[in-house]
Design a protein. Structure first.
Ligand code: SF4
Length: 64
């Protein structure tokens, strides 16, 4: 599973980070700091919860 993040559309409300701070790091201004990642084995559920928590829907879950 992969996560793709449309960083430019992030509004910086940190909902993703609140669920999974290790997967969704923020920059110093509170916006998401990465454009995506390969979800580590065993962290699929928490990655999905973090993605669903984004009210702007900028976090896309790509099932492989
Ligand atoms: S929840 Fe969405 S809008 Fe909020 S910081 Fe995370 S990616 Fe950005």
């Amino acid at each position: 599973m992969k996560i793709r993040i449309d960083k430019a559309r992030c509004v910086g409300n940190a909902r993703c980070w609140a669920i999974a701070p290790d997967l969704y790091p923020l920059d110093d201004d509170g916006y998401i700091s990465i454009e995506g990642f390969d979800v580590p084995e065993g962290l699929e559920a928490i990655a999905k919860r973090g993605a669903r928590a984004c009210p702007e829907r900028v976090i896309e879950v790509i099932e492989e």
